[in-house]
Design a protein around this ligand. Structure first.
Ligand code: NDP
Length: 313
């Protein structure tokens, strides 16, 4: 048996098509939602992420701009930039691409973002609202996972959900969102005892740990839904040959390009799971779609057009 593949690319496009209508209506009301991305230094992965986010804005007809302070920038310089973006009325969303360089106080920078413009949902006020299950901007990747589960009809009420990873960006907020949808949630991390045993209890297993192919078939109860948040690049031929021994298409891709992406879930899990998100093309596209949702939502709320346009969610 092979798992049903939960296609995030198609779903991301669907969400963006729904948003396009909303953006048109907003524009007719004289509002063009605007996103400012702050990208510090030369981290290649961060550059790709920001480029994709800006491109998504352009495709949707949103206003966007990119700020690229050098890797040597200081906390004070970043705070001044955030202050400026907070004040500008045409900017509805501010995204600070992480990680920031070591000399920068990341928490201070994230706390400086106006909570109403915090489209990443990282400000303590929005985190508090999430804990209390009150409306606010939600972190994009966890919100994207929830959208993926909902739109694929995966029932959460009473289900056993196991989230592997407890970061502030993915694991923790996702655990809260699942809990609010009445799943029975277990959060695992690097100190969890018998991780495979705990994971096997899951109806819905989420891997968000940043460890390539760590979640092997013995972690998965047959038929479970497996959500793979991880993005890891494999550049070593021996590892690729071993991981993709039963997946000739991926192996071919590696031989062609010299590298290939793999999630935190081992490719062979497809033979055990009931449903599985691919990497790439699973959670990633949803993250970007939800950033667009958040930017439009922030624009509606900031500019007082909240009731004129129906929300996606
Ligand atoms: P972090 O490194 O911040 O957190 C990783 C978490 O996994 C930690 O809680 C850590 O535990 C846990 N962990 C690490 N190793 C193990 C282990 N051996 N057993 C059990 N738990 C373990 O990562 P992020 O949450 O930021 O990202 C996770 C992954 O998701 C990464 O691959 C990242 O690239 C990807 N990602 C993908 C996105 C997308 O759009 N698809 C968006 C954001 C991230 P502990 O707390 O004990 O250290």
């Amino acid at each position: 048996m092979s798992a049903r593949i939960l296609n995030g690319t198609e779903l991301g496009q669907q969400i963006r098509a729904e948003l396009r209508q909303q953006v048109e209506e907003l524009k007719q009301a004289g509002v063009t939602p605007g996103l400012a991305a702050v990208l510090v230094g030369e981290n290649p992965a961060s550059h790709i992420y920001v480029r994709n986010k800006i491109r998504a804005c352009e495709e949707l007809g949103l206003y966007s701009e990119r700020h690229t302070p050098p890797a040597t920038t200081t906390t004070a310089e970043l705070l001044a930039l955030i202050d400026d973006l907070n004040r500008r009325p045409e900017i509805d969303g501010i995204l600070v691409q992480l990680p920031l360089p070591a000399q920068v106080d990341t928490q201070r920078v994230l706390q400086a973002v106006d909570p109403a413009k915090d489209v990443d949902g990282f400000h303590p006020m929005n985190v508090g609202a999430l804990v209390a299950n009150r409306p606010a901007l939600r972190p994009c990747t966890p919100a994207g996972v929830m959208e993926l589960l909902a739109r694929n009809g995966i029932a959460l009420k009473g289900a056993r959900a196991v989230v592997v990873g407890r970061s502030d960006i993915v694991g923790k907020p996702l655990a809260l969102l699942l809990l609010h949808q009445h799943a029975t949630v277990t959060v695992c991390h690097s100190r969890t005892r018998d991780l495979p045993g705990v994971a096997r209890e899951a109806d819905i297993l989420v891997a968000a740990m940043g460890k390539a192919a760590f979640v092997t078939p013995d972690f998965v109860r047959p038929g479970a839904t497996v959500i793979d948040v991880g993005i890891n690049r494999i550049e070593d031929a021996a590892t690729a040959e071993k991981l993709f021994a039963r997946h000739p298409a991926k192996l071919e891709e590696f031989r062609r390009k010299g590298n290939v992406l793999v999630g935190d879930v081992h490719p062979d899990v497809v033979e055990v799971a009931g449903a599985l998100t691919p990497v790439p093309g699973g959670v990633g596209p949803l993250t970007i779609a939800l950033l667009m949702v958040n930017t439009v939502q922030a624009a509606r709320q900031r500019r007082g057009v909240a009731n004129r346009v129906e929300a996606v969610r």
